[in-house]
Design a protein around this ligand. Structure first.
Ligand code: FMN
Length: 380
């Protein structure tokens, strides 16, 4: 039989994902989050129980772009003990290839293409989620990336732009270009962060593509992760905002998955899962503040930056959102930690709930804007 010229060349050796922390368990990954998942945050998360894989914030690709030095640090100075994939966002093939060549000179676990960012400022440039309207261009980009990346090529996508009309075709493209790992955030671009997550689409991806699929979107806890894995057949979970709220979540997932292996997946009462106290959370906030403090940055900006994280943490502190109300008013480091002490050390041994309190809203944009991810009020 003559070789099919349109078929991608087979790699000389099969590409393998890096080994997970716990062999045989579903995979876990920290979701890339711009202005959040930098080197400092990854290091803090790793102390509480690292995920199997990290992803960088996106490297922007355009005619004048150079890989951002602050994002390169999360590759070059990675001390988490876990592999870091470099994510990029762009649409120009020559510029993407130039960027990939530059990134491959750094210790990357693989190259990840962003096909999901829902911010209008981004998708109007036909990049991120905007590309989901243009499968022909995605085909071209993935073909070029596959030829240029000898190691792991991964994709993180939403299920469509306005609707899911292109979804089945997009999954074919993932197979055609031999993508090694696919993350599916089960929402369209237009659904932003608000709607229900469409688990049926994640299940469709898990059934269709030949690579492992990570389920993403509103995975709030280890129990929820186990439920979604059972519902979708995904190979693992990617968790974003709820890892900011609860940095123990990857450790808890491993503990929960170990129970799943021994009881066949039955959802029993919680047990054997580490449950942090409010005092543990106070300690986490302290670690985060120290790790993310940059010499020379004014205290006021440092406090504002910290409030972005506290918005998510506050979703599990009290059901009325009193902690969030108070911390939003703090202006100085001393005021901020006074609020933390009042809310977290009054009953230090009280358990920090594993799920967020319903209806307690994170409003991270109020303190400091997320430049491109345009989060509005985010319900738990
Ligand atoms: C502040 C913030 C920044 C984000 N930045 C990125 C990014 O750089 N690249 C990306 O693929 N997704 C980005 N996302 C989307 C997340 O990776 C993830 O898909 C989304 O938050 C849903 O997962 P979650 O419910 O577990 O948070 C961002 C999300 C947030 C909240």
């Amino acid at each position: 039989m003559s070789p099919n010229p349109s078929a991608p060349a087979l790699p000389a050796e099969p590409r393998r994902l890096p080994a997970p922390v716990a062999a045989g368990q579903p995979l876990t990954a920290l979701a890339p989050m711009q202005d959040v998942t930098d080197l400092a945050f990854m290091r803090v998360i790793a102390r509480y129980g690292a995920p199997d894989f990290f992803f960088t914030e996106f490297f922007r690709v355009h005619a004048q772009s150079r890989p951002e030095s602050h994002i390169l640090r999360s590759l070059d100075e990675n001390t988490t003990g876990r592999p870091v994939f470099a994510q990029l966002i762009g649409e120009s093939v020559p510029d993407i290839l130039r960027t990939v060549r530059a990134l491959l000179a750094h210790p990357v676990a693989g190259i990840d293409l962003n096909l999901g960012c829902p911010a209008p400022k981004i998708y109007r440039k036909n990049v991120g989620g905007g590309l989901l309207r243009d499968p022909v261009r995605i085909d071209e980009i993935l073909g070029a990336l596959r030829a240029a990346v000898p190691g792991l090529l991964t994709v993180k996508m939403r299920i469509g732009f306005e609707d899911t009309a292109n979804f089945a075709h997009l999954l074919e493209l993932i197979n055609r270009h031999a993508v090694d790992l696919l993350t599916v955030h089960g929402r369209t671009v237009k659904e932003m962060y608000r709607s229900e997550v469409h688990h049926d689409c994640i299940a469709q991806a898990a059934q269709t593509v030949r690579c492992p699929v990570l389920a993403n979107g509103n995975i709030t806890s280890a129990d929820r992760a186990a439920t979604i894995l059972a519902r979708t057949g995904a190979a693992g979970v990617m968790i974003g905002r709820h890892a900011i709220r609860n940095p123990w979540i990857f450790r808890q997932c491993r503990e929960r998955f170990a129970r799943r292996q021994t009881d066949g997946g039955a959802a029993g009462p919680p047990g054997g899962i580490f449950e942090p106290t409010l005092a543990d959370v106070r300690e986490y906030i302290e670690q985060l503040y120290r790790a993310t403090s940059t010499p020379g940055v004014p205290e006021r900006l440092q406090v504002a930056r910290m409030k972005k994280y506290l918005n998510f943490i506050g979703q599990s502190v009290d059901p009325a959102g009193a902690f969030l109300h108070d911390m939003r008013r703090a202006q100085t480091e001393a005021e901020l930690f006074l609020v933390c002490d009042r809310h977290l050390l009054a009953e230090p041994a009280r358990l920090f709930p594993l799920e967020p309190y319903p209806g307690v809203l994170a409003r991270p944009n109020r303190e400091a804007s997320f430049e491109t991810c345009s989060l509005d009020n985010v319900p738990a």
